[in-house]
Design a protein around this ligand. Structure first.
Ligand code: AP5
Length: 215
C-alpha cells in the first residue's frame, strides 16, 4: 500500500472530507488548516498569528507552517504513514518537505490532486458547515447532518468558518492559482502525481482513491 500521501486541490475540493475517510486505511491525517484552527481556539501565540492571516484568506508565513509540520512528522504515530492535507502550498514548503522526508526516511509515495471547477468550489465553500468539536465537514444542501446544526459523529455544534465568505474565498483562490497550483508540475516531474475528478460524489471518490492507494 502507498503511504505518506499529499492531498492537493483548491479550497473546497474535498481534501478534508476525503482525508477523514482515508484514515480508515491506518494513515494519520495532518491538516495544517486544522492545526491552525486548534491553535486559534486555544488562544496560543501561534493561534493569534495564524488568525491574522487566515481570516482574510492569506497564507500563514512559510517558516511558521514548515516548523509545525516538521514537529508533527517527527512524531511516532507517523511511522505507519500520513496524509498531508493543505501542505505544501508554496514552492518553499514543497522543497522543505522534500528535504525533511529524506532526513526522517519517510518519503512521499503519492500526491493526489483533486480537480474541481470554480463554480462548484464556490457552492461547496459557501454552504459548508463544520463541527466545532471534531471538525467534520457538512454542507447545507448536499451533506446535511441528521439533526440540523448538530454533528452526526460527536454531537458538537456546527458553525461556518470565518474564512468561508466571498471576500476571503477570492483571496484564497488567488493564492491557490499563483502559489499552490504550480506544485502540480513539481510532483508531476517527480512521477508522484495522480489526478482525480472531485466532481464525483465523495463515496465514489473515496472508493477510487482507496483502491489506488492499495494498488
Ligand atoms: P485549510 O483548512 O487547509 O483550507 P483549504 O485548503 O482552503 O481547504 P478547505 O478546508 O476550505 O477545503 P477542503 O478541500 O478540505 O474541502 P472540504 O472537504 O471541507 O486552510 C485554511 C487556511 O489556513 C488557509 O487559507 C491558510 O490561511 C492557512 N493555511 C493552511 N495550510 C497552510 C499552509 N500550508 N501554508 C500557509 N497557510 C496555510 O469540503 C468542502 C465542502 O464540499 C464540504 O461542505 C463538503 O461536504 C463538500 N464536499 C467535499 N467533497 C465533496 C464531493 N466529492 N462531492 C460533493 N461535495 C463534497
Amino acid at each position: 500500500m502507498k503511504r505518506n500521501i499529499i492531498l492537493m486541490g483548491p479550497p473546497g475540493a474535498g481534501k478534508g472530507t476525503l482525508a477523514k475517510q482515508l484514515i480508515s486505511l491506518g494513515l494519520v491525517h495532518i491538516s495544517t488548516g486544522d492545526m491552525f484552527r486548534e491553535a486559534i481556539k486555544a488562544g496560543t501565540e501561534l493561534g493569534l498569528l495564524a488568525d491574522s492571516y487566515i481570516k482574510h484568506g492569506n497564507l500563514v508565513p512559510d517558516e511558521v507552517t514548515i516548523g509545525i509540520v516538521k514537529e508533527r512528522l517527527a512524531m511516532p504515530d507517523c511511522e505507519n504513514g500520513f496524509l498531508l492535507d493543505g501542505f505544501p502550498r508554496t514552492l518553499p514548503q514543497a522543497e522543505a518537505l522534500e528535504k525533511l522526508t529524506k532526513e526522517i526516511n519517510r518519503p512521499i509515495e503519492a500526491a493526489i490532486n483533486l480537480d474541481c471547477d470554480e463554480k462548484e468550489l464556490v457552492r461547496r465553500i459557501s454552504g459548508r458547515r463544520v463541527c466545532k468539536n471534531c471538525g467534520a465537514p457538512y454542507h447545507i444542501d448536499s451533506a446535511k447532518p441528521k439533526v440540523e446544526g448538530v454533528c452526526d459523529i460527536c454531537g458538537g455544534p456546527l458553525y461556518q468558518r470565518n474564512d468561508d465568505n466571498e471576500e476571503a474565498l477570492k483571496v484564497r483562490l488567488a493564492h491557490y492559482v499563483n502559489q499552490t497550483k504550480p506544485l502540480i508540475d513539481f510532483y508531476q516531474e517527480r512521477g508522484l502525481l495522480t489526478n482525480f475528478d472531485s466532481l464525483k460524489g465523495s463515496a465514489v471518490l473515496f472508493d477510487e482513491i482507496a483502491k489506488f492507494l492499495k494498488s
